[in-house]
Design a protein around this ligand. Structure first.
Ligand code: PNS
Length: 166
């Protein structure tokens, strides 16, 4: 029997309910889904990769066909190592489309056998992005309901540890 392994790559800084919604949808159509966090040392992340792995592992515990991993370098190379046949990406709005289209076509050029599959998260998360979560939280707004409760806790813990935090 043919099994389809897919990779859901991203930065996940932090994980949002939009990401989780997509993971739940992906787990239904793929036999195995690897959530892959980019180990990007160039950017200054809010959460270190190790903590993002913990967040994702906690939040995806209920799914038996999901694993969490990290990768460096080219995504297509990681997909080859993992013997994945597909990449999963979320599209929230038309504004996501141009970047996603470019990435999908570049990845196709690099690895023609690897398919990119786009899925839409639930409408209620269509405006949620990690960047906005970071900004709203930093400025004192509530992000409850937009990220898993464990992420809210970690955000609060981090804010308290920051100089000038409570
Ligand atoms: O969550 P993001 O930041 O939108 O995820 C972007 C990501 C990690 C999928 C993308 O930056 C990526 O695949 N980086 C790995 C390097 C790579 O393969 N670059 C060429 C992609 S066309």
């Amino acid at each position: 029997m043919n099994t389809v392994r897919a990779i859901y790559p991203g930065t996940f800084d932090p994980l949002t309910n939009g990401h989780l919604d997509l993971i739940a949808r992906g787990s239904k159509i793929f036999d195995h889904l690897i959530v892959a966090i980019l180990n990007n040392s160039e950017k200054e992340p809010l959460f270190p990769v190790k903590e993002r792995v913990e967040m994702l592992t906690e939040a995806t515990r209920e799914f038996s066909n999901i694993s969490v991993s990290t990768f460096d370098g080219l995504l297509v190379e990681f997909a080859r190592q993992q013997q994945a046949q597909a990449l999963l990406r979320g599209i929230r709005a038309i504004s996501d489309y141009e970047y996603e289209f470019q990435m999908a076509l570049m990845n196709r050029r690099l690895a023609p056998q690897l398919e990119t599959v786009f899925m839409m998260p639930a409408e209620k998360y269509s405006y949620v992005s990690s960047r906005l979560i970071r900004e709203v939280f930093r400025l004192g707004g509530s992000v409850e309901g937009l990220v898993p409760p464990s992420v809210v806790e970690r955000l609060q813990k981090q804010a308290a540890q920051r100089p000038g935090g409570d």
